[in-house]
Every structure is written in C-alpha cells, then in structure tokens.
Design a protein around this ligand. Structure first.
Ligand code: SF4
Ligand code: SF4
Length: 605
C-alpha cells in the first residue's frame, strides 16, 4: 500500500509503474492498462495516444507484437489475460497510419525541437534502426539510414509473412518516419556498397542495427541433402515473392539451436560423457518457435500438402503463444511433441525422412531447460523437405576489421550501462547486439540508442520519472460476474478463406473491443491508506475476496512493539474496491499514479 506524503508526491517513484504488470513487461513501457481502460470507457483517442506515444510502430505491433504484456497481465491470474494486442489494433485502425479519416498520428510524431547540426548514420532499416531514426529526427538531428535491400522494414518485411502483417500498413508506418526528413539509402549493403569507415566518416554518430538475417549453420547428419532449408532463408525468399521449391511433405524442426544442441548431445552421450546443455528459456527461443510456425504456415501456402512441426516440448511447454498454436492447428499443421531430431535421412542426395528420438523430460528440477532423451526410442517421419528453425546469426564480416568489437557469441559487444560499443560515438542494438529478439525489443533498443545519443550531444539526461498520486472521486468497480467474463476471442478468417496473402486476423468489432477491455483490472490504480483515519477495525480484511489485507504486530515489520500494522499485498490486488466501500472511516481510497505512460502530444515519452 502506498503511503501518501506531502501533497501526494511519493517515493520511491518507480513502485507504481513496476506494479502495473503490462507496463513493466513492455520493453517501451506502454501503459497498456491505461489504453485498455480508455477503450472500455469509450475514449478511443486517449487510448490511441497512450499506445502510440512510446511506440513508432504501434500499428504494426497491433498486428504482430509478441505481446509480453499479455504474458504478464494480472487478469491472467484470474482466468485469461486481456487481449491487449488486439485492442491496440482496434484503436490504431481508428487513428493510426492505416486510418483514412484521421491524421492524429502526424501530431504525435511531430518534431519536438529546433533543427540540430549533428548528423547520424543508422545502418539497417529494420525496426531498431527506424525507431532510432524516428526519435532522432523528432529531436531535430539529420538522419541517414543505410539499408542493404531494396526496401525498408528489415525483418518486419522479410521475416514476417504477409498473412500476419499487411504490407500496405507496414509501408505507411515506415513512410511516416521517412517523412520526418530521414534520408534513405536503399540497396546499400554494408561491406559491399559502402564500408563501415565510410559511414563513420560521414556522420557525427552511428547506430548499427544490421539485424541477424543469416541462417545459423547446423551440424545434423544429412543437413547437406537436397530439400533441407533454413527457416529464415525460406521465409525471406517466400516473403519477397520468390518461388521456393518445397515438396509435398514438409517437416519443420522448431526449438532453436539450443534444442538442436541438446538432441545432438544426447546422441553422442558417449563422446560428451555428460548430460546435454542446460539453459534458461529466453525470449529468443520464443522467436525461434514463432519462426518455425511462420515457416510451417508459409509452407502450406506454398502448396505443401502435409506439414508437421516437431518440438522437444509438450504442447503446454512450447515457447509459443496459445494463439499462434491454435492458428497453426486450424490450418491443419500437425504437431509431434516430445521428439528431438536425430538425423536427416537421404537417398540419392535427396531428403526422404527425418529420424527422431524421444524426449523423456524437458526441464530439470529447477525449471531450467535441460532436455533428456531416450536414443533407443527412435521414429522416422517420412518427408521430402526439412525446414530448420535454428535461429539466426549476424553478418559480422560486413563490419570489417575496423568495426566495433564482437563477442564470442558473435554479436556486437555493448558497454555495461547502455548501447554504446567499443568505438566512440558508435551505438548498436536490436538483433545485431543481442541475437534474435522480438520486434518490440528491437524498437525499444532503437529508442534507447536515440536517447543515449541525444544525451551525449546535449548533456540533457532523460527526464526523471515524475508523478503524483491523484485520488479518484469515483472509481471503476468490477461487476459481480467479473470472474466469469471470458476473454473475447480475436476474430480470424475462416480456414477455407486463408489463401495466399489474405490477412488471417481480422480485428475486434466495436462491441467485442468494449467487452474485452471491460475485463481489465486497471492495475494503474492503487489502494491508498490514510493512517490518520484508520481505526484498525479490520473490516477491510474481512471483505477482501483474496485475503490480501492483514493486521499484524508492527514489530514484525520493524515497528513499535505493541503497535498494530495493516498490510496489503498490492501486487496481487485486483482493485475490486470492496475494502474501500467497507471502510467506516473513509481511510481507504483509490488513486492513480501519473508517472510513466500518460499521453502528452509533442512529448518524446
Ligand atoms: S489487468 Fe489491465 S492493467 Fe492489469 S496487467 Fe492486465 S491489461 Fe494491465
Ligand atoms: S478488497 Fe479488493 S481492492 Fe481491497 S485489497 Fe482486496 S482485492 Fe484489493
């Protein structure tokens, strides 16, 4: 429970933001709860501004964000998380770049200050590079983007299939950034058309965001056979409209290089003399699984009759969103769980099958990824194409001998406290500095690099998060049936209409959006206690449906011996307000923190 001090200003400043799970989980700190609540209240413009201000790719994210906010959403502890991503789409369709009726987004993206003399080179026109260009251009810098291919967008265009992300919408969001005055050099591949030193000599600072577009190598027996493809290369070709020669029966191996290493180690237990690798499941593993599912769904659209995804994990253990899995299943993609790849079988140099071995367990007693196999339990899946989703690598050669230091993991080495590199006035971010990341993490890197550059040029540190707790005269009440209001399913095209590039997800109707948004618990509100009014009657503790309020001896908290303390677990509180209503002395109230995520047009939040 927050303690009100002098005029409601509180310390520590960050507690209230950290206690909004969706906001804390979002790499750009979008106050998702605030925009969801605004939709429930019918204030779609405020909702749009709240979603757009921290994110120059709000419209794209409304379609394809991995939505870590939904994984963290407190409503998920009651039943299912709020469909935050689909609700963002609902408001970007009204006010974003894809809306024809309104140009609100132009006000949001307007420059914030005078033109500045410094020039910045951004290498890579993907999400990290373009987010950085957006913020720098708004700050008034001269920005030049160097993009290797013929189009901006990076993996948003090359890696994400068009049936998930409409290309017209993506282009509109990229054009909005270019229109801020960003100079673009297409078909300018680093290391081939221009050297790193050249770019460095042209600009006062450089942001390296070259992505990770190379498929990783793989040491699996049979990997050189005709019919073995790397998922990222398959997707890049398919997404550019090139014909990719795949057979009728396709097997996609999902799970990333960690999964591959684990299975290989199991087969060579005698050589290793130990168990397989142990690691934490990271966001990058989820990326690889998304890549595997994208490859499988793209294969069906390329004409494959029979597509199977094999994974080390059971269905519930897979690092993929339930929505992604459900969509793949609708498209009749078959899953074979708890199998690891042993070898690719070939005849006359062509793939004829994949031999798999059983997985006996995936995680160790501490919950760490440590798969165990039974090599004696093998099974062959007949196929003519094997697609390997084994992660991606960055093209370090392109940086040349004078580029920034590279780590043993093959990514650009960063300074300990930010996105600086071993070279002065050179920053790096996105996949090139961290390995494959989610789209929203790449956007966050671009924004952070821009903020670090701006600080170095001007000496202006980003504003400290300031805020106030504002007491609400009226507050939102959960309905009596709040725990029986199921998540509204995100509408999709019927399976028989999912042909070619047709976008599968279609978006909420107004009624669906209002119903889904009303499920939000509004975690941005906080229960406040006025200690001068509290008489320690404990009636609030009696009514709390989750038993979150307790009266305990104050000495247990280091307080005065003989005194009583009232505690409330705000991290579990569902903001139902029953305690406030029951309090006979009005000692409890609901207050909103005005720190992060409060929309202000013209601000760079
Ligand atoms: S319930 Fe609402 S405010 Fe709370 S985490 Fe979920 S979306 Fe955010
Ligand atoms: S009664 Fe409701 S608002 Fe009060 S602490 Fe319990 S869950 Fe939170």
């Amino acid at each position: 429970m927050g303690a009100a001090k002098g005029g409601h200003l509180v310390e520590p400043l960050h507690f209230y933001d950290e206690n909004i799970p969706c906001l804390a989980a979002c790499p750009v700190h979008t106050n998702a709860g605030a925009y969801v609540a605004a939709i429930a209240d019918g204030d779609d413009l405020t909702a749009y501004l709240t979603a757009r201000l921290p994110n120059p790719f709000a419209s794209v994210c409304g379609r394809v964000c991995a939505a870590p906010c939904e994984d963290a959403c407190r409503r998920g502890e009651i039943d299912q998380p709020i469909a935050i991503r689909a609700l963002k789409r609902f408001v970007t369709e009204k006010y974003g770049v894809e809306s024809s009726a309104n140009e609100t987004w132009k006000q949001v993206a307007a420059p914030t200050g005078p033109k500045r003399s410094q020039s910045i080179g951004v290498i890579g026109g993907g999400p990290a590079g373009m987010a950085c260009a957006h913020d720098l251009a708004r700050h008034g810098y001269q920005v030049s983007v160097y993009e290797a291919t013929a189009q901006l967008g990076g993996m948003m265009k090359l890696g994400i299939p068009e049936y998930r992300l409409d290309r017209t919408l993506l282009q509109a969001e990229l054009d909005a950034i270019v229109d801020l005055g960003v100079e673009v050099h297409l078909n300018t591949r680093l290391g081939r058309d221009i050297s790193f030193d050249d770019i460095r000599s042209r600009h006062d600072a450089v942001f390296v965001a070259i992505g990770a577009s190379l498929g990783r190598g793989l040491d699996l027996e049979g990997h050189e056979a005709d019919g073995v493809l790397k998922a990222i290369e398959f997707l890049i070709n398919a997404n550019q409209g090139f014909e990719v020669d795949i057979g009728d029966r396709v097997v996609v191996i999902g799970g990333g290089d960690v999964a591959m290493d684990a299975a290989r180690t199991a087969l060579r237990r005698d050589e290793y003399g130990e168990a397989g690798p142990t690691t934490e499941i990271e966001a990058s593993d989820r990326n690889v699984m998304t890549e595997a599912l994208d490859a499988a769904r793209t294969a069906t659209r390329q004409g494959a009759a029979d597509v199977t995804v094999i994974s080390l994990e059971s269905e519930s253990e897979m690092p993929a969103s339930p929505f992604e899995l459900e969509e793949a299943r609708h498209e009749e993609i078959r899953f074979v769980h708890r199998r690891g790849p042993a070898r690719i079988l070939a005849e006359d140099g062509k793939v004829v099958g994949l031999e798999t071995i059983a997985v006996t367990s995936v995680f160790d007693a501490d919950g760490r990824f440590a798969p165990e196999f039974d090599p004696a339990d093998s099974m062959v899946i007949e196929c003519d194409t094997v697609i390997l989703a084994v992660g991606q690598a960055i093209d370090v050669e392109a940086l040349g001998a004078t580029g920034p230091n590279i780590t043993p993991r093959g990514v650009i080495e960063l300074t300990e406290d930010g996105l600086g590199t071993s070279l002065a006035r050179v920053w790096a971010g996105g996949d090139a500095a961290h390995g494959p990341r989610t789209l929203i993490e790449a956007i966050a890197d671009g924004r952070r690099a821009a903020a670090e550059m701006h600080e170095q040029f001007t000496g202006e540190a980003p504003d400290e998060v300031q805020g106030q707790l504002v007491e609400l005269d009226q507050f939102h009440r959960l309905t009596d049936t709040y725990d029986r209001e199921e998540r509204v399913a995100v509408p999709t095209l019927p399976t028989d209409r999912r042909v070619g590039l047709a976008e599968v997800e279609t978006g909420f109707t107004e009624q669906q959006a209002r119903c889904e948004a009303a499920r939000c618990l509004r975690c941005f509100a906080n229960i406040e206690l006025d200690v001068n009014k509290c008489v320690l009657c404990a009636l609030c503790a009696d009514v709390c449906p989750l038993d979150l309020i307790a009266l305990i001896p104050a000495e247990e908290l280091g307080g005065t011996v003989g005194a009583t303390a009232l505690t409330l677990d705000e991290r579990a509180c569902i903001r139902c307000g029953l305690c406030i209503e029951r309090c006979p002395t009005d000692a409890l109230s609901m207050a909103v923190w005005t720190g992060v995520g409060v929309p202000q047009i013209g601000a760079l939040t």
